[in-house]
Design a protein around this ligand. Structure first.
Ligand code: NAD
Length: 480
C-alpha cells in the first residue's frame, strides 16, 4: 500500500517514501507514505487559497448536502479502512471500528449544529441595526497526531469546511495511511482544493505554521510541539487552536460503589493501551477504600490478553511508536528507586512476538509519592498511579496542582456531592461516574482543556467559533 499527497484532489507522488511499520509486528511494513517538501506545502496552500475564494461563497445548505453524501462514502470505506488503521496505529480492531463510527457521528453532529452556529444575528432599534455575521477565516492548517487519527482529523476538517474554509491536513507519520485513504475519498465530494493533505514531520509542520497564507492552525498533539507552533505562528500573527495533553485525575469518593466503578475505571485507564488524551492518568482514593480498590483493579486488569491488534483474542494492543515506548519504559524505570509498589499484569498472548512489537504489560503502581513524575506528567501509556487522600480539600488541591487541565472524573453514588466537587476542578471537562462522554456529551460538550492542556475547544457548536471570524455591520436607518 502506498499513499501520496493530495493537492487539488490530485494525488501527488514525491521523491521520497517512508515506511510505516506495524507496531505489533515490526518486521511488517504496512505501507509507504510520500514525504512532502516545503514546495509541496506551498503548492497545497496556494491551491487551497484559490479555492477559498469560491468555496467561501457556496451556500451552507450546499456544503451540508455534499458532506452528507461524503459521510455515506466514509461509512462504506470504514469497513476495510478500520483494518488499515489498526495495523498502522496498533489499536485493536474493535477500537478502530468504533473510532470510524464515532467519527461519522461527529461529522453528522457538525452538519446538524452548523446551521445554528453559523447563523447571522440582527439586532435593531428605532434608529439603527447591528448585523453580526460569521465569516470563514481562510486556509486552515490542521496538524493531527497518531493516537486517534480518524476522529481527530474529521473533527477539524468537517466544521472547518462547513464554515467555508479550505484546509491542508498534516497527518502524523505514525498513522498516515488510513486517514489519507478516507480523506481522499471524502475530498471527491467537494471542489478540488477544499481538502488537501501533505505528509511529513516537523519540517512540513513548520512550513505550514510559518506560511503567510495560513490564517489559523488547528493542532492536536503534545505541549512541546504546540510551543514550537506558537512561536512559528507568531511571525504572521496566525490564529491558533490547540488540543493538547492531559493528566486527568479520577477522584473516587468514599460512597462509591466499587462493583460498578472499578471495571469502568480499568477501561478508562487502559483502553487504547492508555494512549488517549482524556485517559485517566492518576487515581485518587480515600484511605478507607485504597486497599480494596487496588485488589479489585489488579484482578480485572490481570484479565487483559496482550497481543497483536488483529488477533481476535487480544484485548490489549501494543504501543504505537518507539518514542512512546521508550518514554513509558523510562517512567517505569524511574520507579525502581522509589518506595512505590509496582504490579505488572495481563497475560502475553503471543510470547514469541513480544520483542517484535512495542508490547507492554498494563501496570498499576501503589504507595507512590503523590508528586512523583508518574503522577505529575502525562504518561500517555499503560501505567497508572494510585494515590491516597484524607479529605476532599486535600484531593482537590492535589488534582489542581498541575499545569494540565484537560478532563477529569468523579466517582460517587451522590450526584450533588459530585457536582459540588466537580465545580472546584480546574479542567475543561469533568465527567461524573464515567471517564468518557455520553452521546449527548459528544454532541454538546465543548471538548478541550485549560492551562497547558489547550487553547480553544473542539466539537459542539463551539468549534465553529474556532473556524469563523465575526464581521459586524452597523447601519443607520436614515441619513439624517
Ligand atoms: P506530537 O506533538 O508529537 O505530534 C503531533 C503532530 O505534530 C504530528 O503530526 C507531528 O508530525 C506534528 N509536528 C511535530 N513537530 C512539529 C513542528 N515543529 N511543527 C508543526 N508540527 C509538528 O504528538 P503525538 O505524539 O502525535 O500525540 C500525542 C499527544 O497528543 C499527547 O500529548 C496527547 O495527549 C495529545 N492529544 C491531545 C488530544 C486532545 O484533544 N486534547 C487528543 C489526542 C492527543
Amino acid at each position: 500500500m502506498k499513499v501520496n499527497l493530495l493537492i487539488n484532489n490530485e494525488e501527488i507522488e514525491t521523491d521520497q517514501y517512508t515506511e510505516v511499520r506495524d507496531p505489533g509486528k515490526l518486521s511488517n511494513v504496512v505501507g509507504l507514505v510520500a514525504q512532502g517538501s516545503v514546495q509541496h506545502v506551498d503548492k497545497a496552500i496556494q491551491e487551497a487559497y484559490n479555492t477559498f475564494k469560491s468555496w467561501s461563497n457556496v451556500e451552507l445548505e450546499v456544503r451540508i448536502s455534499k458532506l452528507l453524501k461524503a459521510i455515506q462514502q466514509f461509512e462504506t470505506d470504514a469497513t476495510h479502512l478500520a483494518n488499515v488503521v489498526s495495523l498502522e496505529n496498533g489499536m485493536l480492531l474493535d477500537v478502530s471500528k468504533s473510532e470510524f463510527a464515532m467519527a461519522a457521528v461527529v461529522m453528522r453532529n457538525s452538519a446538524e449544529l452548523a446551521r445554528n452556529a453559523l447563523q447571522a444575528k440582527t439586532i435593531e432599534d428605532e434608529f439603527s441595526g447591528v448585523l453580526i455575521e460569521k465569516k470563514p477565516i481562510g486556509v486552515i492548517a490542521g496538524i493531527v497526531p497518531w493516537n486517534a487519527p480518524i476522529v481527530l482529523t474529521m473533527q477539524k476538517v468537517v466544521p472547518a469546511i462547513l464554515a467555508g474554509n479550505t484546509i491542508v491536513i498534516k497527518p502524523s507519520p505514525f498513522a498516515p495511511l488510513g486517514v489519507t485513504l478516507a480523506l481522499k475519498n471524502i475530498a471527491t465530494f467537494f471542489p478540488p482544493g477544499v481538502i488537501n493533505i501533505v505528509h511529513g514531520d516537523a519540517d512540513v509542520g513548520t512550513a505550514l505554521s510559518t506560511h503567510p497564507l495560513i490564517r489559523k492552525i488547528s493542532f492536536t498533539g503534545g505541549g512541546e510541539t504546540a510551543k514550537h507552533i506558537m512561536k512559528s505562528a507568531a511571525e504572521t500573527l496566525k490564529g491558533i487552536h490547540f488540543e493538547l495533553g492531559g493528566n486527568d485525575p479520577a477522584i473516587i469518593l468514599d460512597d462509591a460503589n466499587l462493583d460498578e466503578i472499578v471495571p469502568k475505571i480499568v477501561n478508562g485507564v487502559f483502553r487504547r493501551s492508555g494512549q488517549f488524551c482524556f485517559a485517566i492518568k492518576r487515581i485518587y482514593l480515600p484511605t478507607t477504600l485504597y486497599d480494596e480498590f487496588y485488589e479489585r483493579m489488579c484482578t480485572i486488569t490481570d484479565q487483559y490478553k496482550i497481543g497483536h491488534q488483529l488477533n481476535e483474542n487480544a484485548t490489549f494492543g501494543p504501543l504505537n511508536n518507539p518514542n512512546q515506548f521508550q518514554n513509558v519504559k523510562r517512567l517505569l524505570e524511574r520507579l525502581d528507586n522509589s518506595s512505590a509498589n509496582i504490579m505488572k499484569l495481563g497475560q502475553k498472548l503471543e510470547p514469541d512476538n513480544w520483542e517484535n512489537g512495542y508490547y507492554m504489560h498494563p501496570v498499576i503502581v501503589r504507595d507512590i509519592d503523590p508528586y512523583h513524575d508518574l503522577v505529575t506528567c502525562e504518561q500517555f501509556g499503560p501505567i497508572i498511579p494510585l494515590i491516597a487522600y484524607k479529605s476532599e480539600a486535600e484531593v482537590i488541591h492535589m488534582a489542581n496542582d498541575s499545569e494540565m487541565g484537560l478532563s477529569s472524573s468523579i466517582w460517587s453514588s451522590d450526584y450533588d456531592r459530585s457536582l459540588q466537587l466537580a465545580r472546584k476542578i480546574e479542567a475543561g471537562m469533568t465527567i461524573i461516574n464515567s471517564s468518557h462522554q455520553s452521546p449527548l456529551g459528544h454532541k454538546y460538550m465543548p471538548f478541550g482543556g485549560v492551562k497547558q492542556s489547550g487553547i480553544g475547544r473542539e466539537n459542539s457548536e463551539t468549534i465553529f467559533e474556532e473556524f469563523t471570524e465575526f464581521h459586524a455591520i452597523n447601519y443607520y436607518k436614515t441619513t439624517n
